[in-house]
Design a protein around this ligand. Structure first.
Ligand SMILES: C[S@@+](CC[C@H](N)C(=O)[O-])C[C@H]1O[C@@H](n2cnc3c(N)ncnc32)[C@H](O)[C@@H]1O
Length: 215
């Protein structure tokens, strides 16, 4: 995945961000070696951002759309207070199995519950409220995940949305011939920015991260 931030600056950012734990480094290493789609993983810097957001907001109930091999769920779980929980939703059985193995090997694994199946079906059984909701599954469904998240968001809760810069292709001049995913991400970003129910800020971390709260 082509980065938004120039490579040398990205390297500098990594060097000035607290290192990954040994376990997360092992999860990332295995994911890069074995998964053709390893670019989907949040990884070091965004993982630290998620961990910091969970810690500083004092979130105890966290929901994630899109587990992949478990990196972001583990990052968020590591910052939970005792009794806190991450529920993570994944449709792909092979990825779910890998994530569950990683959770089992982690000291934070007992704070994570993975629900296998289409996220929109799984979320129907989860009334919430959730203090922090991380949206990182299929991009076409982002508007539906967003509405489901808003319905379940705790007072003063935070929605975090990944890949909102979509390798820069959301900018018209950079991608004059957009594919469906690019169009979906553009529509989603426009909708959130215009949504009078929320206040949002888009960050150029990794592939773009938008933070959203209710007004
Ligand atoms: C970008 S990856 C998630 C990366 C993960 N958060 C991390 O940091 O490693 C997106 C994941 O969403 C999953 N996914 C796609 N469509 C889904 C759906 N309808 N329901 C649940 N999960 C879905 C994919 O299988 C994939 O593992």
């Amino acid at each position: 995945m082509p980065g938004i931030v120039p490579e040398d600056i990205e390297r500098y950012i990594e060097q000035h961000t607290t290192s990954e734990t040994d376990h997360l480094a092992a999860v990332a290493g295995e994911t890069r070696e074995q998964m053709s789609s390893a670019g989907m993983m949040t990884g070091h810097v965004e993982g630290r951002l998620l961990e910091t957001l969970v810690y500083t907001t004092g979130a105890t109930q966290v929901l994630e759309f899109g587990s992949f091999t478990g990196y972001s769920a583990l990052s968020m779980a590591s910052a939970l207070p005792p009794g806190g929980k991450v529920v993570t939703l994944e449709v792909d059985p092979e990825r779910a199995q890998i994530a569950r193995r990683h959770f089992g090997e982690s000291r934070y694994g007992d704070r994570i519950e993975l629900r296998l199946g289409p996220a929109l079906e799984s979320v129907a059984d989860l009334p919430g409220p959730f203090d922090l909701i991380f949206i990182d599954a299929d991009k076409q469904s982002y508007p539906l995940y967003y509405e489901a998240a808003l319905e379940r968001l705790a007072d003063r809760g935070l929605i975090v949305v990944d890949n909102t810069l979509w390798s820069g292709r959301v900018v018209d001049e950079r991608e004059p011939d957009p594919d469906e995913s690019t169009l979906a991400m553009r529509r989603f970003n426009d909708r959130v920015a215009r949504d009078e129910r929320v206040t949002c800020v888009m960050l150029s971390v990794r592939d773009g991260v938008t933070l959203i709260r209710r007004r």
